[in-house]
Design a protein around this ligand. Sequence first.
Ligand SMILES: *Cc1c(COP(=O)(O)O)cnc(C)c1O
Length: 385
Amino acid sequence: MKFETKVIHAGITPDPSTGAVMTPVFQTSTFVQKSPGIHQGYEYARSQNPTRTALQNNLAALENGKYGIAFASGLAAMDGVIKLLKPGDEIIATNDLYGGSYRLLKQVFENFGIHTTFTDLSDTDNVRALITPQTRMLWVETPTNPLLNILDLESICSLAKDYELMTCVDNTFASPYLQNPLDFGADLVLHSATKYIGGHSDVVLGAVVVNDDELAERLTFIQNATGAVPGPQDCFLTIRGIKTLPLRMDRACENAAQIAEFLVEHEVVGDVFYPGLSHHPGHDLAKKQMKDFGGMVSFNLKDDSMEEAKRIMSRTRYFLLAESLGGVESLIGHPPSMTHGSIPRKERLAARLMDSTIRLSVGVEHIDDLMEDLGQALEARPGDK
Ligand SMILES: *Cc1c(COP(=O)(O)O)cnc(C)c1O
């Protein structure tokens, strides 16, 4: 089945009791049993819910995996994955990652004796040197957030195999339409479905997809035992959002590519980070492992001023100033003070995340309106209203 068909049909069957084409919202906490232990596969809604099952099966198919496990948020999914480990175990993670992921590893799991080393995962010699007998997992994000660096999935996964480490890839930025890490040898793929998968900025949800039976069993156990499950309404909204993922993503990629070209030419703009630009250091790699270059574009100002960046961001009309990404509407954000506020400035600058870094989540509006909006915001001079 092709991806465009999978988003609509994989794991989704008309409701057998009524013929409803859309998966119903099974808003129930429990399910009746004929006699103790004799039921129809559903006992209690933390353990299983039919709306969630449909979503999980669909997500598994989209990532070319066998099992999908949905959680209450992307970070709840990550929390579930890290709970596969135990005190004393170590993680090696990319140093250019989602701020909340950094916070969870550093400020929560460190307290439980699970230590994470953050490093540049594109340097495999460097990674090899950091591996200890306690290392269990590599934590990968590509494209990275917010600088859109591209990591080589195939080489990272093969290195992990040499040392019997698990690889978990946070695939939120690419979405399963553009990139499928399991195909490159990853053990786990994680999504904040809040972003492109849901796609309409109306739901918070997370998911993990795996191929391995034992890993799936352990994650399902953790999902049920710790309880951070998504409600049926959120599962329904996510199923509905997924159906248009390829359509939305095609348009977002097309718009983002044009905006990146526009920014490169602009006089107040410094570096532009977009893997679709031929001078982007990850361009060839992105071509190899992604279907297209995505809808995220970041840039710095020539004058690296936080004030100036903030002034520009408060002047856009269609690009809404908000955290998050991946919805149909374009968003503009300032990672240093918003999503990445929890990363100390020194570490931030070392990872080339400057004071003036602006991140765009390019939506599916008409490109002319988006260009006009950005243009007027960038051209404004201090004192302009
Ligand atoms: C948003 C995000 C997360 C966290 O997901 P939530 O659904 O907000 O909990 C994790 N990774 C990346 C790359 C994200 O953008």
